[in-house]
Design a binder for this molecule. Structure first.
Ligand SMILES: [Zn+2]
Length: 304
């Protein structure tokens, strides 16, 4: 994909400083800021990719990392890009801890905006994810010390439009896919879709919520395909790509949903069907990662 040339000395310094540092656990790199389009930047090389959309009046940050120290890295990058004293907006692709627990670094006048469904899911399930991450790695536990959530300033049902000054963005919720509250962000003049976990680049779906099924995910991707025609797609846990990522995700979900229906009709148990579709999709998509998690999608589909 075409990358924008690094035009300013400031940005060059950001990219080059400490370039040897390797991220550990969910520690974001402080030195991997890349310009993807006229207004969109990404902190790449960590988990997840963080997107920053810069207008002349306001800056929108999409995801703020695991814990306050990562939030500081994200805020620092946003400040360096916001040379006009832009107002800060923060949003999250979903409520999972590595996306939504960096809030503590942000000044109180940051406007947090997210789908109502996502906020409810965060309030109900967020702590479970914080405990899960803290229990899995001492590094992540340290990052999560003293984390706290910002109170949302704007909650929306399915659609919210922000004018950042010279760049309009659309925040959208289309239904359950990876989680109940997945959000995607379309940066209209740049034709960039920030797609979270919903559209990824050769990374298999993780059906995290009980309503998350191949059918529900397919319905979300259908809406994305009908409404947005991006030139660049920026997923959270895989490299950026073009609109073909949307078509690939649709094809994957359609194929998975059809096979699950057929296996259910044949009388296969959810476990049997899970093993069969996992083997089939591994054969069909040999270069995709995380294909060992498809059982959850089968289990959820059978329970519907
Ligand atoms: Zn997630």
């Amino acid at each position: 994909m075409k990358r924008f040339a690094l035009i300013s000395g400031l940005i060059g310094a950001l990219v080059c400083a400490g370039a040897q540092a390797q991220p550990r656990g969910h520690q974001l790199p402080a030195d991997n800021l890349t310009q993807l389009s006229a207004h969109v930047w990404a902190i790449e090389g960590g988990s997840p990719t963080i997107a920053i959309v810069v207008g002349h009046k306001a800056t929108l940050i999409v995801d703020d990392g695991l814990g306050t120290p990562n939030g500081r890295i994200v805020l620092d990058a946003a400040h360096k890009l916001s040379t006009n004293g832009q107002k800060l907006y923060l949003t999250t692709t979903h409520y999972h801890a590595e996306h939504a627990t960096g809030d503590g670094a942000f000044p109180a006048d940051t406007v947090l905006v997210r789908p109502r469904v996502q906020q409810a899911e965060l309030e109900a399930e967020g702590q479970k994810l914080v405990d899960l991450f803290a229990g899995r790695s001492p590094d992540d536990k340290a990052l999560l010390q003293d984390m706290h959530y910002l109170k949302p300033g704007i909650l929306f049902d399915s659609d919210y439009r922000l004018d950042l000054g010279g760049v309009k963005v659309r925040l959208a919720w289309f239904g359950p896919a990876h989680t109940r509250g997945d959000e995607v962000v379309m940066v209209e003049p740049d034709s960039v879709l920030i797609s979270g976990d919903v559209v990824q680049n050769k990374a298999a779906p993780y059906f995290y919520c009980s309503e998350c099924t191949p059918e529900s995910w397919l319905a979300v991707v259908d809406k994305i395909a009908a409404q947005f025609h991006p030139k660049i797609v920026v997923p959270d846990h895989s490299p950026p790509g073009n609109a073909s990522l949307i078509a690939e995700t649709r094809a994957f979900m359609a194929s998975l949903a059809t096979r699950i229906q057929a296996l259910k009709a044949e009388g296969k148990s959810a476990d049997e069907a899970g093993k069969i579709v996992t083997a089939e999709m591994q054969a069909k998509y040999p270069d995709w990662g995380s294909l060992n998690r498809l059982q959850l999608g089968v289990t959820h589909a059978y329970a519907q």
